[in-house]
Structures are given as C-alpha cells and as structure tokens.
Design a protein. Structure first.
Length: 637
C-alpha cells in the first residue's frame, strides 16, 4: 500500500512529507528483559519477549516510539523511511505521554518501556499482562495526571480581573494546571508584574499603573529541546515510529487585567444664604448617605466641626449620589440628591490622595423661626364687639403641616393670641377656630398659609392673621297666658326695632326667601315684603329667631305689637319693649291677656248683681278697664 494510505490506518491527519529517515534497533539481547502480553486493536495476540530501544538513525540517536504494535523492524539500521510532520490531536497526546513518561523523567529503559506501553494503550491496543503490572499502573497514573493537567488551561484563562492599584492579587488555579507553564510571563503590560508560584498566579499593579484590559500571557514550560513538530517515520511493510515533539504555540493562557484606581469625595457643608453658620450655629453633625451608583455600596458621612467629611475609597469612574439625612442643628434638611463621578485630576500621573479627591459642597437653609398673631374681630363691626360681648376666650388650633406640630391659642381681652416661635419659616400651617368667644358664632373656616420672615409689633417673624366671627343672631320669645295662667295659642304679634318705628307702623319684615330678617332702615326694606309675624303655639310660645342686626342697631331692645287674639280674650293695644337674647338661648317673657267680661241676660239675678256693682263702682270713682300686666319670668314687671 502507499504511504498516505498506510498513515491513515494509524489515525493520523494533517501530515506533510519532509525528508528521508532511518530507524535503528538493537540486534543483541533485549535492553530490558521483561516480557509482556498484548492484543492489538485488530484482535491479534502478541507477546513481547523483551524491550529493545529504537533510535533515530543510529544507536545514539533520539528515542523513537512504536505506533504500530506487531509490525516488523529489522535489526540494526532500517533505511527507506519517510519522516512526516503530524499536527493532529492524536500526535499531540502521544507527544505529551512521551514527554512526561520519559523525557521529563530519568532516561531509564523502564521509563522508556512504560512510555511505549502507554502509547500502545492510547492507540487502542490492549495490555494483557507482565511481571511489572503493579509498577506500570502506578507509573501510568502519575503520567496520565500530568498529561491531563497539560491538556487543561488554568481556571482563570481568558478572564478579566480587576486589581487595585498598588496591590497584589493572587489567583488560585482550581484546574491545577499552572505547574505546566513557565513561571515567567511572555507578555506583561507596563505597570504590572506577574509570576507563578505553585498553583497560584500573583499579579502586582504599581500605584501609578494605568491598565484597562491589558493581557498577561504565559506559555508552557516544556524544555526547548522538546519543542517543535512531531515526526512520523513510515515505510510500507515496516513498523511506523514517532519522534515526539510538542508545538510550543499550543500551550498558553491569557489573563486580562484592569487596574482600578480609587477616589474619594470631600464634602463641605455651607449656609445657603451666608456661606458661614449663623447665630452661633455650626455645621458639625450633619449626616449624609453616599451611594456608589455602579456597585450599590453605601456609606454614611458625618461632618466635623469645620463642616467637612471625607468618604471612603471608590473606583474612579464610578458614579455617586449623596443625600443629606440629618441637617446640622439650626438648619433645614436639604433632601436634594447631589450626583457626580469619582474623578482623577487631569494630567496627574502620581495618583496622589489629593489628585483623586472630588470636592462637593452642599448648602442648607438656616431655620428662621416664626410665630402667628391672631386678631379676633366682629365680622360686622370690626374691633367693636356687639351686644356687650368681648373677643376674649376664642380658642384656635395652629398646626405646622410640614412637621405635624400643633399648638392651642386663646385670645386675651383684646382678642389677641400670639403663638410660640417654634415654627420654621417656610413651613406650611393651618389655623382653625375651635371655640368662639361668648356671643359669637364659631368660624370653622380653615386659614392656611406659610410661615414667612417679617416683623410686626415687636415680634420677630410674626405673621398676623385676622379671624372674624359673626355675632349670634338675636332671638325673642313671648309666653302668652291669661290671668289664670292658661297658655293661649294662636295669638299673633309683630315686632319693631325702635319705638318710633312701632308708632309709625314699621315692623321687621322677611325677605323674599322667607328667612332673612329685614330692618326698616335696611336697604331692600319695602311695604311689599311680608311682616315678620310670630304666632303662639299650643304652649303659648311665639318666637322670632335668627334676627341679624344691621350695624346701625347697637342695642338688643325691640317693641312688639299684638295684632290678633282669640275670641275669649281682650286684644293688647299698647306695644311694649322687650329685650332679645342669643338665638337658641332661653329668653322668654310672659305676656298676660285679660278675659273679656261676659254680660248676663236681662231680668236675671246676675243682672241685678251687676247693677249693684256698677253703682258701687261709680260711687268709688273707679273706672274698671282692661288691664295689662307684662311680667318677665325673672320677676321684672
């Protein structure tokens, strides 16, 4: 068969004929008299009676290994061989077995023989037995472990590691293959040092090293004499042998390195208005939360007596966010985040502490305190209370809606109430009346605003508010009875605000809505309006209520006129004065109507009695008429 076909039967590929070669084999006794039994991959049983070394070209030539168990070789020199390079994975593995089994160990016949046996087994031949089975198995386990390690790259091959400037990072190879590499790198970026110690790769970055994605490279530690391309010696009809070599370009690894430089933030606290602390305050004790927006790491910064704080180290190029979490005493919290990037001073090559420090200034507003001054007034008469009342005793609830702090204010005799100065300028507030002064209606409207900087009445930053209340409307009640105390129902009355208007027939009227009371001197008063008539109920009570006086009426005296009565009682013909009270209060006045006199029938005894009475009355010069008694319940007549 031809050469190419022969080589193909061995499983090799990527072959190139290079030159003629010869194989020498000892013709005498075996170099090692150890027999072994085998079965080839094709199933042929073979017994090797001993070990005869094979050499390249002469007895002292380079060691060769058989790759075709059972094929013949002549004693002494065998010529006519073609030496061909082989670059496939199979030749690579055979070369690794040869290197760790023989070339990297003591060059003994035993190691040479065991290497040959291992190559045959790798090619698919079966080892059956030999007197050295136990020793061979131990040897093979050791060599196979080294070959397996050689076939692996380190666990960190083609990874990228970050190294802090000025530090050393140790990378442990979990694949256990670092021992197969040279201890010195073949390529190292400036500013980096790399070395292998046992199963650890140590990388050191100088303080000023500037490296981003720099590649550190290592190659294998195979002896230079063993580097190269393996050669397959072939001749038709003869045993094929291999001169093992290892391609130095195959075994290498790379680690990519980023050198990380770190920077800090120097934070300075200032007054937003003056730059310096006001009124004896300091900037000490302010706290801030700094977040590295790339890594998510956070830290708390606290300002010293000078109002400064320096952060820990963060990678240059990382972003940061700083938020004040506690303001210094006397200052308002500034919750606006400050963002930026940890930077390095342009042009600096030393990476000194000063060159990697970023300055940040955060300003707070000084807390000016304000107070509220409440002025209570009458909605109609202003500073003049009606009905003999005062503005004292009005109660208000003041709430700082920014902080939730509240305070109760009570007006003095002048209707003034001043809060404490515990409220910050700029805070929002609400003020609501919770108790009205006596005689006034509660004004529950909420007054809202913002504490501001001002000055009034000697109080610094006093915010003046005027709250007006409506006086409680007047109410008049009459209790109508006869001389026996009987309640009289259905009796109708009108009422006037002055005696003159009573005499003129001008009474209080109801507006078109049927509810609003209109006084004679008020705008809109007209004869066409309905008189405000009160009629006694079953209990004899007649009431005028919700009488809102105009500003012109300063008293609470009214005059009533009875306009109709029942059939059994006499009509009162004289209007009388009566005092009003607050609507809802119990201010009732008693009014008594006399019963009508019933005349007896003519000729009766009652008629005779009446005649006698009339004679006596005339003689006594006493005219008996209708009498009116108006009694106030409290005893006034």
């Amino acid at each position: 068969m031809g050469l190419i076909a022969f080589v193909a039967t061995l499983g090799f590929s990527n072959v190139h004929t290079t030159h003629a070669a010869s194989v020498w084999i000892n013709s005498g006794a075996a170099d090692l008299a150890t027999s072994s039994k085998w079965k080839t991959a094709s199933g042929t049983s073979i017994t090797e009676d001993g070990w005869w070394r094979k050499r390249d070209g002469s007895a002292n030539g380079t060691v060769l290994f058989c790759v075709q168990l059972g094929a013949p070789l002549n004693n002494n020199l065998n010529t006519g061989f073609a030496a061909t390079t082989v670059t496939d994975a199979q030749h690579k593995h055979i070369s690794e077995i040869a290197y760790y089994g023989y070339y990297a160990q003591a060059h003994t016949y035993t190691n040479e023989m065991f290497t040959q046996w291992a190559i045959w087994q790798y090619l698919g031949d079966t080892y059956v037995s030999s007197p050295l089975t136990s020793q061979y198995n131990a040897w093979k386990a050791n060599v196979n472990a080294k070959v397996a390690a050689y076939d692996k790259a380190p666990s960190f091959n083609n990874t990228t590691v970050n190294i802090d400037a000025g530090t050393t990072k140790a990378l442990n190879d979990t694949n256990g293959t670092l021992g197969t590499y040279a201890s010195t790198a073949t390529a190292t970026p400036a500013g980096l040092k790399a070395s292998i110690s046992g199963n650890t790769l140590n990388i050191t970055a100088a303080n000023n090293a500037v490296v981003s994605g720099g590649a550190i490279k290592f190659a294998d530690n195979i002896a230079a004499t063993y580097e190269g391309a393996a050669l397959l010696y072939s001749r038709p009809g003869f045993q094929s042998v291999i001169l093992p070599k290892i391609d130095p370009t195959f075994k290498k690894f790379t680690v990519n390195v980023n050198v990380i430089h770190y920077g800090t933030v120097k934070l300075t606290k200032q007054d937003a208005e003056t730059g310096t602390a006001q009124n004896g305050a300091t900037f000490a004790g302010a706290t801030f939360k700094l977040t590295d927006t790339k890594t998510g790491a956070t830290e708390t910064l606290t300002t010293d007596a000078s109002g400064t704080a320096v952060s820990g180290k963060h990678a240059i190029g990382d972003g940061y966010s700083i938020v004040e979490t506690k303001a210094p005493a006397g200052y308002k919290l500034n919750t606006t985040p400050v963002t930026g990037t940890f930077t390095h001073a342009s042009g600096d090559t030393t990476y000194s502490a000063a060159s990697v420090q970023t300055a940040v200034t955060i300003k707070d507003n000084y807390i000016y305190h304000a107070r509220i001054k409440v002025n209570k007034q009458d909605s109609l008469t202003g500073t003049n209370p009606e009905n003999g009342n005062t503005f004292a005793g009005a109660v208000f609830k003041l709430t700082d809606t920014t902080t939730g702090i509240s305070e109760t204010l009570t007006t003095d005799s002048n209707g003034i109430a001043v809060s404490s100065a515990n409220f910050a300028v700029g805070d929002a507030y609400t003020l609501v009346e919770t108790t009205a002064p006596k005689g006034y209606q509660l004004n529950s409207a909420v007054v809202s605003g913002t504490f501001t900087r001002t000055k009034e009445d000697g109080y610094a930053n006093t915010n003046a508010l005027t709250v007006k209340d409506k006086v409680i409307p007047d109410q008049i009640s009459i209790h109508k009875t006869d001389e026996t105390g009987k309640d009289l129902a259905g009796i109708k009355f009108k009422i006037s605000d002055t005696k003159a208007n009573l005499m003129a027939g001008k009474f209080l009227k109801l507006a078109a809505d049927g509810k609003t009371v209109v006084f004679p001197n008020q705008s809109g008063y007209s004869d066409s309006l309905q008189d405000y008539v009160a009629t006694t109920d079953a209990k004899g009570i007649a009431t005028w209520s919700n009488i809102v006086k105009p500003a012109s009426k300063t008293d609470r005296t009214y005059y009533f006129d009875e306009i109709s009565t029942d059939k059994d009682h006499q009509l009162l013909t004289k209007g009388s004065a009566i005092s009003a009270g607050d609507t809802g209060a119990n201010n009732t006045y008693a009014v008594v109507n006399q019963s009508k006199i019933k005349l007896p029938n003519t000729g009766s005894q009652d008629a005779a009695k009446l005649a006698v009475i009339l004679i006596v009355a005339v003689l006594g010069a006493s005219a008996v008429g209708v009498s009116l008694v108006i009694n106030k319940k409290k005893g006034n007549n």
